[in-house]
Design a protein around this ligand. Structure first.
Ligand code: GDP
Ligand code: ZN
Length: 355
């Protein structure tokens, strides 16, 4: 049975937990989410758990796989009372028209950004996904899968390294095992990673290869949760033989951009460096005179693909940010409305003659 430390428990988390001031609560990490059913890893093994009414009411986006929670045990069922602060999280726009954030995985150290080296290979898509990873706070590792199907591997690795400055790039084959040893050296014990990438790039195959027999080994840990119902688990955390933790979340497949455009600086450092030397402080880098970016495009120092990709992402982030602030304003209005109603209700109650 893994210890809490082996599951990623830190002194910082311990501090937060102590501050909750409930000696009767125990810490645990959510390893499995299947609609409203949860499997939580605790110091004494995995237990099935539910959210307390309080936690459900107080946060719209309550918990997700990878979260640390505080819980109590009642006849073998855990009740989760609080969520500990997240170090990082991977979010997407909640489904539908709402511009609300939905966390898909929490406390992630590394993101394996999986791309196919076949027809799926697309630098623009890598850039886009990287900006999202940079927003999450986790560090990216770029995994070029299906290396067995690629005839110009060195060239594709070089192209990838150009759009992913200072980030590890690993070419692997999930089916033949090529490059997996090197990839494993990036996955450290007690660190949590997720796989991210479009459908068909080989995430499931790669997860299976990385886990080896882990799925069978962890069987003992999960029997209590799965007993008695057919499980269609959607999100799950696994402990790898080398001690790293892998979160498997098919929900990460279609990615809506979320968050701020801060990630753009990291993913397009050459463009951000140019932008600082434009004549106008508020240059849009599209039409102004003295634009260093336009000049670099003219003399070929900057590729137009990189520029177009950056411009497109910048517009998208601006749009998302605007929608986010509108959403926040609407939420604030709603909260104000509720406060007003409560105040009126209180005043009515205080009136003489109220029963
Ligand atoms: P996912 O949608 O990202 O989970 O992708 P899958 O793991 O389901 O893989 C999609 C297809 O690609 C399957 O037919 C796999 O067998 C195949 N595949 C995955 N990895 C590799 C690889 O390294 N080389 C080759 N040739 N095929 C692969
Ligand atoms: Zn400019």
């Amino acid at each position: 049975m893994p210890t809490l430390e082996e599951l990623g428990w830190t002194a910082e988390l311990d501090h937060y937990f102590t501050q909750l001031g409930h000696p009767d609560w125990a810490p645990g990490r959510i390893a499995r989410v299947d609609r409203e059913r949860f499997g939580v890893w605790t110091a004494s093994g995995e237990i099935p758990a539910e959210l307390s009414g309080k936690i459900r009411d107080t946060s719209a986006d309550h918990v997700c796989v990878g979260d640390w929670v505080a819980l109590t045990l009642h006849n073998g069922l855990g009740i989760m009372h609080a969520r500990l602060p997240r170090k990082t999280s991977i979010s997407r726009k909640a489904a539908g028209e709402q511009t609300a954030e939905q966390a898909l995985a929490a406390n992630i150290d590394a993101v394996l950004l999986v791309c196919g080296l076949d027809a799926d290979f697309n630098l623009r898509r890598i850039e886009r996904a990287l900006t999202l990873v940079m927003n999450s706070g986790a560090s990216p590792i770029i995994v070029l899968n299906k290396a067995d199907q690629c005839d110009n591997l060195p060239a594709k690795i070089t192209l990838t390294e150009q759009v992913a400055p200072h980030m590890p790039v690993c070419a692997v084959s999930a089916t033949t095992g090529l490059g997996l040893e090197e990839l494993r050296t990036h996955l450290k014990a007690q660190q949590t990673f997720v796989l991210l990438g479009s459908s068909g790039v080989g995430k499931s195959t790669l997860t299976n290869s990385l886990l080896e027999q882990t799925r069978m080994q962890t069987g003992a840990l999960r029997s209590s949760v799965e007993k008695g119902h057919h499980t269609t688990t959607h999100r799950q955390m696994w402990l790898l033989p080398n001690g790293a933790l892998c979160i498997d979340t098919p929900g990460l497949r279609e990615l809506g951009l979320w968050g701020s455009d801060e990630g753009l600086d990291v993913v397009f450092p050459e463009i951000e460096a140019l932008a600082r030397t434009c004549r106008f402080h508020d240059c849009s880098h599209e039409v102004e005179p003295g634009c260093a970016i336009q000049a670099a495009l003219q003399d070929g120092a900057l590729s137009s693909e990189r520029y177009e990709s950056w411009l497109k992402l910048r517009r998208e982030y601006a749009f998302v940010e605007q929608r986010q602030s509108e959403h926040k304003r609407r939420q604030a209005d709603k909260e104000l409305g509720r406060m007003y109603k409560r105040a009126k209700e209180d005043a009515r109650r205080r009136k003489p003659g109220f029963r």
